[in-house]
Design a protein around this ligand. Structure first.
Ligand SMILES: [Zn+2]
Length: 199
């Protein structure tokens, strides 16, 4: 009995030491993620210093369908080369890919959940998504190519404006694309430009 108690005590000590080491490691991961994705450390998704040609918020009247939705929930950034399928669209912060698909409005898109930070981001109007759901990405990693491609059809894709991509940030950690859309409809988007231009 005495031996058994000693064995249990020794096992508990080892377990405690392991848990402490694991906690320190997890805390390190969490701090690294938070540091990369906190609101004062976002990176421009296309090119440093490149300002959006169409800002977040209500667009000027008369825009019509040529500008998409009147209430613009993200920012539009031109492809620096002026060409589609050349310039990378990059992750604004570390995270995990929870959406990688094509839809009729956004075209090829990627959604990144910035775990532990309370934020998610969306990158759309790309030529194609180059990452898959479940993939971890780091700030600056290429997610797709800048293009202005909307929906499944190439029709009219370069008629309304020069090649560009549409990028959003929202407050909430999306689990998948549907979850992202629900939070978007609930008004949880915010202006990305002050975040990515603060560097
Ligand atoms: Zn847009």
């Amino acid at each position: 009995m005495h031996r058994l108690l000693a064995f249990i005590a020794a096992t508990a000590l080892v377990a405690t030491a392991c848990n402490q080491a694991q906690s320190v490691a997890l805390l390190g991961d969490w701090a690294a993620t938070l540091g990369a994705a906190s609101t004062d450390n976002w990176a421009n998704p296309i090119a440093e210093g490149l300002a959006p040609f169409s800002q977040y918020g209500q667009r000027a009247g008369g825009c019509g369908t040529a500008c998409g939705s009147r209430n613009h929930r993200g920012m539009d950034l031109h492809c620096p080369s002026g060409l589609p399928n050349v310039d990378p669209v990059k992750a604004m912060a570390d995270g995990i890919v929870v959406g990688s698909q094509t839809d009729d409005g956004f075209g090829p898109l990627v959604v990144v959940q910035h775990e532990g930070t309370g934020f998610s981001s969306l990158y759309s109007h790309m030529e194609e998504a180059l990452v898959v759901v479940g993939q971890r990405v780091v700030q600056g990693q290429t997610l797709g190519l800048c293009s202005n491609r909307e929906g499944h059809s190439p029709l009219d894709r370069f008629e309304t404006s020069k090649p560009h991509s549409h990028v959003e940030i929202l407050t909430g950690e999306a689990n998948d694309y549907e979850n992202y859309l629900d939070m978007r409809k609930a008004g949880q988007t915010l202006d990305p430009w002050p975040l990515v231009s603060a560097q």
